[in-house]
Write a protein that binds this ligand. Structure first.
Ligand code: AMP
Length: 301
């Protein structure tokens, strides 16, 4: 089934306790689409500048990602510079250059307006809503957001929230958005705003899924190699939505499996800087880690 993402395509400069990288391909739409490409076809709506070469587009093509919706605008591609220290749970943003994003009005290609599964990556809520309204046939629209929009564009974010089915958000941001410290209460408040499916990302504590009345928690996969957390959230979303689009199944048990696929994809992403590990995967590695995940969480009552 069809899957589409709108989000950022970026050049990232990253420093972590394990090394650094300068100007590498990143952005929410890049991490999402490369992760989702392991599950089925995926289309990207984004904007890049004239410094975005064929060698960068080739990365998407190698994964058979549809790039018709990647618009090229005059100017430089979006740039983000960040640093992680200590336990690497939070990124410290050192620099953001919006560049071509400043005048971006995302357009879904005519041939893609009947897409069934949609991920609105972390961009201005007004742009997210603009894309959402171009996709009237969608069966599941999921949204990502961040503290920046909760603090600065709350009214627009609430309007967008009222028109989506799912929200994928960090724990701290869920508390900020709902005004509730208790996560169960926070989830209920957010569900009242629109999204009936809520996925709360809790860093090294894993992920919790709230769907109608039920709650499911998956731990983070335990890793020996952990170099760069950049893109972990978007990669999670790529695995989560990729599995849902592949199966077309919105049942509670399948959403739980999707949470595990998302967690598994995120666990690969953080093993290397940027997209490197995600690009070099095999389907066998993914399924192997899903089995390891089942082993990690299995117990008898
Ligand atoms: P994550 O680690 O999953 O939260 O996402 C990291 C990615 O988000 C990086 O590759 C950045 O290029 C991108 N990013 C950071 N800040 C922004 C922003 N304000 N708007 C869009 N994308 C961003």
């Amino acid at each position: 089934m069809s899957l589409l993402v709108v989000g950022s395509v970026a050049f990232d400069s990253i420093r972590t306790p394990h090394g650094e990288a300068e100007g590498i391909l990143g952005g929410s739409a890049s991490f999402f689409s490369v992760a989702a490409s392991w599950f089925g076809p995926v289309k990207v709506v984004a904007v890049v500048g004239d410094d975005f070469g064929d060698e960068h587009l080739e990365v998407f093509r190698l994964r058979s990602i549809e790039t018709t919706g990647i618009e090229r605008a005059p100017g430089r591609t979006f740039r983000w510079k960040g640093e992680y220290v200590g336990d690497m749970n939070d990124a410290k943003t050192l620099d953001v250059q919006l560049n071509v994003f400043q005048n971006f009005s995302p357009k879904v290609p005519e041939s893609d307006t009947s897409t069934e599964f949609v991920f609105l990556g972390n961009i201005h809520p007004r742009l997210q809503l603009h894309v959402r309204r171009q996709l009237s046939k969608a069966r599941l629209v999921a949204l990502d957001s961040m503290n920046y929009w909760i603090e600065g564009s709350l009214d627009e974010l609430k309007e967008t929230l009222s028109e989506v089915d799912a929200l994928v958000i960090n724990e701290g941001e869920a508390r900020m958005l709902s005004g509730c410290q208790n996560l169960l209460k926070a989830a209920k408040e957010i569900q009242k705003m629109g999204p009936k499916i809520l996925v709360i990302k809790r860093g090294e504590h894993g992920v919790t899924l709230f769907n109608n009345g039920s709650v499911f928690s998956a731990p983070a996969f335990m890793l020996e190699e952990f170099k760069d957390p950049t893109g972990a959230g978007d990669t999670f979303a790529g695995g989560f939505m990729g599995h849902i689009a592949r199966t077309g199944d919105l049942s509670e048990s399948n959403l739980r499996r999707a949470v595990v696929y998302g967690s598994v994809m995120a666990s690969f992403a953080v093993e290397e800087f940027g997209l490197k590990r995600l690009l070099g995967l095999t389907p066998q590695e993914i399924e192997g880690r899903v089995r390891d995940f089942a082993q990690l969480t299995r117990f008898d009552v």
